[in-house]
Design a protein around this ligand. Structure first.
Ligand SMILES: Nc1ncnc2c1ncn2[C@@H]1O[C@H](COP(=O)(O)OP(=O)(O)O)[C@@H](O)[C@H]1O
Ligand SMILES: Cc1ncsc1CCOP(=O)(O)O
Ligand SMILES: [Mg+2]
Length: 286
């Protein structure tokens, strides 16, 4: 990453236009600095997550072998761990990766996909959280389950069965117990450090109809946190708003989920300062 030691952007956040400017500052920093983001992510998400990172200006690397982590992870700018297609050989890689990132003071971000479907998944996540993730981003059902450390009834695999607002208290509580910034996505995204809450109302419903959009936005959060690790709350909000805005603009040209996916990735690459500052919808709730 160029300008590795440059002072991170420190936007003021008094009005909604300040928040939108902050989102632009973060996107611009990602484009200028091209952070290297290691992704230990599920098989469904690899393509869209890598393309979303590239289109946004970051540099993705889908590298997950335990034989490579000791050499590679200390060199990355952020690590992204996603348990979506968890199996026995992935768990040691995730644990080793998180430990390696923490040892060299790099941010790491967790996506607890479908954490409620098995005790195996829940236990793997809870153990990973002991390695102090910088950010945890999940849908409402995932954050509700993780926060109580209990599988919840009615959870539908990878998709959410709840509204994001239903998981806001759970998100705050998980943020307090884990020390991570917690983001719960949905029609409105909420981002909290346990005290402050930022809400983001960018995005379109059809984003739920593209597999691994949640995984992809968590990868983008890792890139944004890489360029502003000391302001993970704000960087996470910026990533969610930029991603949602790309979805809104993509939807204006799309005929359905497949073309939305394509136009959304195009817009991540095309977004300019005027569009971001005019259309990002972030606000502080607390
Ligand atoms: N009803 C909705 N309206 C607008 N944006 C949405 C809606 N549902 C999800 N999104 C957006 O889609 C992306 C993925 O979120 P979500 O579907 O909650 O995650 P997951 O794919 O992990 O279940 C996020 O950027 C979120 O803001
Ligand atoms: C469908 C599916 N199954 C295992 S991982 C995965 C992708 C989930 O992606 P997202 O959480 O972004 O919907
Ligand atoms: Mg998900």
């Amino acid at each position: 990453m160029e300008e590795k030691d440059a002072t991170p952007p420190k936007p003021s956040t008094d009005t909604s236009s300040d928040w939108a400017r902050m989102a632009w500052t973060h996107l611009d920093a990602v484009r200028r600095r091209a952070p290297l983001v290691q992704c230990i992510t599920n098989l469904v998400s690899m393509d869209i997550a890598a393309n979303v990172l590239l289109a946004s200006g970051a540099s993705p690397a889908m590298i997950h072998s335990i034989h490579e982590i000791p050499d590679f992870t200390p060199k990355v700018d952020a690590l992204y761990i996603n348990i979506g297609t968890l199996s026995a050989e992935w768990v040691p890689a995730m644990e080793m990766g998180a430990k390696a990132a923490i040892e060299v003071n790099r941010p790491w971000v967790l996506d607890p996909v479908a954490v409620s479907v098995s005790s195996y998944r829940m236990e793997a996540c809870l153990k990973l959280i002991l390695q102090k993730p910088t950010v945890i981003r999940g849908n409402a059902s995932e954050i509700l389950a993780l926060s109580s450390a209990r599988r919840i009834s009615g959870a539908k695999g990878a998709d959410s069965d709840h509204e994001s607002i239903d998981a806001l208290d759970a998100a705050k509580s998980l943020a307090k117990s884990s020390g991570a910034v917690v983001a719960v996505s949905g029609a409105v995204d909420f981002i909290t450090d346990g005290d402050r809450v930022i809400s983001c109302s960018n995005g379109v419903q059809m984003m739920q109809k593209i597999t691994a959009t949640g995984c992809a936005v968590t990868a983008l959060i890792a890139a944004f946190v890489a360029v502003d690790p000391w302001n993970a709350l704000q960087a996470t909000a910026s990533a969610l708003s930029v991603f949602g805005l790309a979805g809104e603009l993509g939807m204006e040209m799309a005929n359905g989920p497949a073309s939305l996916r394509m136009h959304m990735v195009d817009w991540l690459c095309r977004l300019d300062e005027g569009t971001v500052t005019a259309r990002v919808r972030l606000s502080c709730r607390s």
